[in-house]
Design a protein around this ligand. Sequence first.
Ligand SMILES: NC(=O)c1ccc[n+]([C@@H]2O[C@H](COP(=O)([O-])OP(=O)(O)OC[C@H]3O[C@@H](n4cnc5c(N)ncnc54)[C@H](OP(=O)(O)O)[C@@H]3O)[C@@H](O)[C@H]2O)c1
Length: 359
Amino acid sequence: MAQQADITAMRRAVELAARGLGATSPNPVVGCVITDASGHQVGEGFHRRAGGPHAEVHSLREAGVLARGGTAYVTLEPCNHTGRTGPCAQALIEAGIGRVVYAVGDPNPQATGGADTLRAAGVEVAQGLLDDEAEAVNIAWLTSVRRGRPFVRWKYGATLDGRIAAADGTSRWITSAESRADVHRLRAESDAVVVGSGTARTDDPHLAVRGVEGAVQPLRVVVDTEAGAVKPGARVLDDAAPTLIAIAEDATTPVGGVDVVRLPRAGRGLSVPALLDALHTRGVRSVLLEGGPTLAGAFVAAGAVDQVVGYLAPVLLGAGPNALAGGGISTITDALRLDITETVRIGSDLRITATLKGA
Ligand SMILES: NC(=O)c1ccc[n+]([C@@H]2O[C@H](COP(=O)([O-])OP(=O)(O)OC[C@H]3O[C@@H](n4cnc5c(N)ncnc54)[C@H](OP(=O)(O)O)[C@@H]3O)[C@@H](O)[C@H]2O)c1
């Protein structure tokens, strides 16, 4: 049984890890708390950005000599390899840490082995404390390592009768101002925000983060097979954030020097796996898919949606497109079943978060 003091320290480490969301890719988010030999907290830290010091190093610096004989609580197994910074397992040993408690094992083949190194140096090591919470905060990075592609969170805002736009295509606004502000937080936690050419044509979306202090802007991506939807002057082309237009290998190069990636065609539009592969190669570990329904359907059909975040507004439209189109499901036995992991009231709306069963 874990002691309450251990739980308190690890919960703080998870909170700290969350502060790095959206800023650390291609690295994980990691939080660390250090207590001295008598159990008092003497250091804490988190990984702030790729290339910068790891969470353990920030915490050890704060703890100084008080770390000797103390305990380090880390949300992810301390790394064992020298990348842009030195191995954390070694730094903990050199600081004289007596015990290391970590939540989740490192699945990255290059970095794993930290626990073994610590044990070999005589450090007491325990794994698994609050592993559910630590896994949840790092789900994007963990998914990207396990699947070899970015984590995909599909977000939509719908009426209570499931419509994401009116019959004439207008959709501003279905959800409350509070929900829309919350979407900016989701964008800030993501490395890339993706929409289809239909949404680019209808809404001329901006897709950058507004109103989130210290946010690292995500890469704005428009999936525009024929390179015809993003016209010069489109809001997505301003300098608020970087932008990438995914176009077909044989499409005409768009004017205006915009950054493009050429991808193979699929049955309709572009290959979703090729898109995710191209984004992964660019360091993207988490994608916020903001629609519309046609592109979301293609992602679902490709098995490329890991989490669904639906904002349901107390609004009825009676006509207009549904949240999802053409997900490749024609009979009830093929329906995708999800587990609801969270429901929250946001303004006048309900935010429902769900993951695929068994994912
Ligand atoms: N309420 C919400 O949360 C929300 C969010 C977003 C959008 N919307 C609404 O949704 C509507 C637009 O939705 P939409 O379904 O027409 O457009 P969409 O999903 O944004 O874009 C669909 C287009 O993407 C392109 N595409 C590229 N690769 C594809 C692939 N593998 N599979 C499918 N399509 C691919 C296709 O056109 P090309 O091949 O010609 O490029 C396709 O027609 C608008 O009314 C907008 O206001 C609502």
